[in-house]
Design a protein around this ligand. Sequence first.
Ligand code: 2BA
Length: 114
Amino acid sequence: MATKLVVSIVQNDDAERLISALRDEGFSSTKISTTGGFLRQGNATILAGTEEGSVHKVLGIIQRNCHAYTYPVTPPSLVMGPREPYIPSTAESIEVHVGGAVIFVLDVERVIRY
Ligand code: 2BA
């Protein structure tokens, strides 16, 4: 059966619980500490290699253990204008919705262990 790699980007607070839940269901995983390109906040990327037939189980575990949240972002209070800096009218904080998990399922060509 084909092997798949489930790459899930989750928030740090959910990562340990997710790894434990995967282990409890018999799935190996690797956690990488990563940083979101938009918010520039730390998050976690979990790699889980598994048989194609088990991908739905892995996705279910991720769904049950990862939660969406909103992150307040305050735009810069002073913005450079064409002539001089100015304070934008939307200086109050806005909320960015993040996750629960962003998941990519990849085909794996070969698995090699030395
Ligand atoms: P960040 O890049 O820090 O993005 C955090 C949240 O900010 C995103 O949540 C999304 O709601 C918002 N956002 C991202 N880029 C935006 C933009 N150009 N304009 C407006 N809002 C934007 P999620 O979509 O749930 O993504 C959570 C994290 O998953 C991301 O953190 C990033 O680390 C990763 N991610 C999401 N999509 C990705 C992709 N296509 N490729 C690689 N990593 C991705």
